[in-house]
Design a protein around this ligand. Structure first.
Ligand code: ADQ
Length: 470
């Protein structure tokens, strides 16, 4: 079996092997005694620019530090302030800076050189995410000929949006040095193919293959999954029950828990969600709390949102916006014995999140755009099959392509309809809840993380493909 070499900005070295990418890559690398290459997470001075090598449970790690200038230009700058917003359809928030692009190109080239020195001709390289769009090209320029694939965890927007990046062509030419390009959804794939046909003169060969300058490239959707069985086990474990017990005092008198769990990122649509909850309560303003159909006092919305990328201005702004919206809604609708929104700007271990998911009557996964969104899948895996909660899901999450008929689908920009959808989830009868849950469960367990990894590697590794078809 070919050795697998994973490349991602952050590796799982030393830390818990939790979360989508980390688990998926980790298992594949353990299977194949692979190598994981990426940023060490350290920012150092020029003197320490080599690679640190170590082994963990049979997986080799090779990690490199960034300099302060690279951290600012490549990571905070180009990756987070130019690529991330555009890939999430937010050209209005993008900041394009020539020096930051130069820095991004420099880090890709420097990392490619460090990696190339450690590659064997028979290795297979699997590059992850927008931090390393041009990495395959940089490896090829150094003489690398082996199988190389790329997977994009975030959306790929329509060409009209992607083309707002001044260096869009160079980035995509770099991508086309891969043998396999993986996206989360068919719509991301179609966006990329449309771009490649119009800008790079790509020629479609069949549904999954395009030809760019005489090289065939497989372009397919591989929707990422979770380890559903493991998550279900977590949801039934003591740690989960303890977390549920901690929140239960706020659910007295049978109050229903509405839950949101997100990194604090503008792509996740948290302000719209707050507004939708506010709107839902406002719709009942004319009713007294004793009225049977009134939701006042009968629901408790908890939003867990640890701040991320706090050094980027747009994220600091979002923090302020959420603080203010939560305060306003609690001020307008709260009562002596009831706070409608509890907003916790911190993270909780997944063992505890699993318990909260299981307790929730409705979970709100309403991003404005999201590559996949694993919270939606974790919520399903955590449910009690005999009394499941309801997933309210944005039509703009990659997960909607798989879970539309197992959830209540919403347009997160439509505050009034989202408010209605939350109410529908809260008041849904058991048999309809079970029906939606069974549909969603089939997808989450059938197309899990092992399915994702194997589907991708089947296309990347010709030996595997021929063994399977023999
Ligand atoms: P993220 O945007 O980070 O990742 P997401 O898929 O929502 O997105 O979550 C990743 C993990 O983080 C989940 O396992 C979740 O439990 C955990 N998490 C989220 N919020 C948390 C919180 N408040 N506290 C603790 N843990 C939390 C990118 C793309 C996604 C894509 C993933 C995987 O943006 O669209 O689904 O990669 O490909």
């Amino acid at each position: 079996m070919k050795r697998l070499v994973g490349v991602s900005n952050r590796t799982a070295a030393g830390g818990p092997k939790a979360g989508g990418l980390a688990v998926a890559l980790w298992d594949a690398l353990v299977d194949r005694k692979g190598l994981w290459f990426g940023w060490s997470g350290e920012v150092a001075d020029v003197a320490r620019r080599g690679v640190e090598i170590f082994d963990e449970e049979g997986v080799s790690f090779a990690v490199a530090d960034l300099t302060h200038q690279e951290y600012d230009g490549y990571y905070l700058g180009y990756a987070n302030r130019a690529l991330w917003p555009v890939l999430h359809y937010r050209v209005d928030l993008a900041n394009f800076d020539e020096d930051q692009y130069t820095c991004y190109r420099g880090v890709n080239r420097r990392f490619a050189k460090l990696l190339y020195q450690r590659l064997n001709p028979d290795d297979m390289v699997w590059i992850h995410d927008y931090h390393f769009f041009p990495m395959a090209q940089d490896l090829r320029d150094l003489g690398w000929r082996g199988r190389t694939g790329f997977f994009l965890h975030v959306p790929f927007p329509p060409p009209e949006i992607f083309k707002s990046i001044p260096d869009h062509k160079a980035l995509c030419q770099g991508l086309c040095a891969n043998d396999v390009l993986g996206f989360q959804t068919i719509s991301d794939c179609e966006n990329f193919k449309k771009y490649a046909i119009s800008e790079l003169k790509a020629v479609p060969i069949d549904d999954d293959v395009i030809d760019v300058n005489g090289r065939p490239i497989t372009v397919r959707a591989y929707p990422i999954g979770i380890d559903a069985e493991e998550f279900e086990r977590l949801a039934n474990a003591d740690e989960a029950k303890k977390a549920a017990a901690r929140i239960e005092p706020f659910l007295n008198d049978g109050r229903a828990l509405i839950l949101g769990v997100d990194r604090m990122d503008y792509s996740k649509g948290i302000p719209n969600r707050f507004q939708a909850v506010g709107r839902m309560l406002d719709d009942d303003k004319h009713l007294s709390r004793n009225d049977e159909s009134a939701l006042q006092g009968k629901v408790a919305y908890t939003q867990i949102a640890p701040p991320s990328r706090t050094k980027v201005d747009e994220y600091a702004e979002l923090r302020k916006q959420l603080d203010s919206l939560a305060g306003q809604i609690n001020g307008d609708y709260g009562d002596l014995d009831w706070i409608p929104i509890r907003y916790l700007a911190r993270s909780y271990p997944r063992e505890q999140l699993a318990g909260l998911y299981r307790l929730a009557r409705v979970v709100l996964v309403t991003p404005l755009h999201d590559g996949m969104n694993l919270v939606a899948k974790e919520f399903i895996a955590a449910q009690d099959p005999e009394d499941p909660g309801v997933l309210v899901l944005s039509q703009f999450a990659g997960a909607a392509a798989q879970l539309a008929s197992g959830s209540i689908l919403v347009n997160p920009h439509d505050i009034a309809s989202t408010a209605d959808a939350i109410r529908e989830g809260l008041t849904m009868g058991l048999s309809e809840r079970k029906r939606l849950y069974e549909i969603a469960r089939k997808v989450v367990y059938g197309e899990d993380i092992a399915w994702w990894r194997e589907s991708y590697l089947h296309d990347l590794d010709p030996d595997l493909a021929s063994r399977n078809s023999a």
